[in-house]
Design a protein around this ligand. Structure first.
Ligand code: FE2
Length: 186
């Protein structure tokens, strides 16, 4: 690879695969959600993502290039993290929290990728591509905000701290035998 054009096409292909993988992943996340508001958020981002795929295809047309199949390894890794987390048999509240965290990671990844693509498109003077990519970028930024507000709202049902708290309370309370000794000494 030698030219900006080749690099741009390479990065575009990566994003096209990422968005296509996300269509499927978001469907799964919506189904897994225990909260209706979260389910709705994933579903609406799924519909947005389908449009983003179309816009990326329009970017290819606008620069007269064809998309070859490739795999976005970055996104694949995030999807694999989700799948192996599910093997841990998480409670539904923890799965919600995990999915919201995963979604914010994905949005940050996509935002960085789109910013890079937009910079390249600007340098090469691809005006239509810049416009289309900016639309995707704006949507990712909005989704990131939405997911961040879920992140602040969701709390695990069980903190798993009870045993530890009891232990440390016992450590600080004088035992019966030492109290007895104190009384005798007095
Ligand atoms: Fe996206």
């Amino acid at each position: 690879m030698q030219t900006a054009h080749e690099f741009f096409v390479h990065e575009l292909q990566d994003m096209l695969d990422a968005e296509q993988k996300l269509v499927q992943a978001l469907g799964e996340q919506a189904e897994e959600s225990s909260r209706p508001d979260l389910q709705k958020a994933f579903q609406s981002h799924l519909q947005q993502t389908e449009k983003q795929v179309e816009r990326l295809q329009q970017v290819f047309e606008s620069i007269d290039a064809e998309a070859e199949e490739t795999e976005c390894k970055g996104l694949m890794g995030l999807i694999e993290e989700h799948d192996s987390f599910k093997e841990e048999d998480p409670s539904e509240d923890l799965l919600d929290i995990f999915n919201v965290g995963a979604a914010t990671k994905v949005e940050r990844y996509e935002i960085s990728a789109y910013e890079g693509l937009i910079r390249l498109a600007e340098m090469m003077g691809h005006k239509k591509a810049v416009k289309l990519l900016n639309q995707n970028l704006k949507e990712e930024q909005q989704t990131l905000k939405k997911m961040e507000s879920f992140g602040k709202k969701l709390k695990p049902a069980n903190m798993g701290m009870e045993r530890k708290e009891r232990q440390s309370a016992e450590e600080h309370r004088p035992s019966r035998s030492s109290r007895g000794r104190n009384r005798r000494a007095a």
